[in-house]
Design a protein around this ligand. Sequence first.
Ligand code: SAM
Length: 177
Amino acid sequence: MLKEYEREKETNKNHVATPRWVVENIYDIIKIKSFNSIWFPFNNYDSQFKLKADELKLKYKATHIFDDLGNDFFKTEPPASCDLLISNPPFDQQNEIIKRSFELIENGQIKAFCLLLPLSTLETEKRANIYEKYIDKLSILIFKKRIKFIGRTSSFNTACCWICYNINNLKNTIYWI
Ligand SMILES: C[S@@+](CC[C@H](N)C(=O)[O-])C[C@H]1O[C@@H](n2cnc3c(N)ncnc32)[C@H](O)[C@@H]1O
């Protein structure tokens, strides 16, 4: 699995690794230390979400489709009493990922989530209808500047935002960060 992962990093345009400043910024905004059971569902050994969590001694479970167990997000259970799912998921699967994240909320398997997504996630009737349904606890954090993702040339220059649900520290529906 490790070989497949290293190969994917070279070849898959949806593998865009999040830089450290983005991780530190969101950890700060949501007060990451207030969460007791965190799930990183798209994160392998080298993810900054995980490395920073180690530094902070957070309690988390990190899984990835190319980890030792082949942990597919759609089939993997969150850790017990999961109070936060946070990650930068593959943008090409965003509709299914958003759908499953809200299902996990509905089932009581996670309490809150933060997903880093392209700003265009706010478009399309399908996604808009989902976001409208959960607007009461939704916060959208829009990046003022473009993120230079690790291992990407500047041609990958997508505007991004965080879609956050049920984060106590976020009181507004929209923020610019
Ligand atoms: C956009 S990258 C982000 C990686 C990491 N979260 C980060 O921010 O640095 C998304 C990763 O999710 C992995 N992935 C794709 N489909 C998956 C699935 N169904 N379950 C778990 N991981 C998946 C991809 O292989 C890719 O490495």
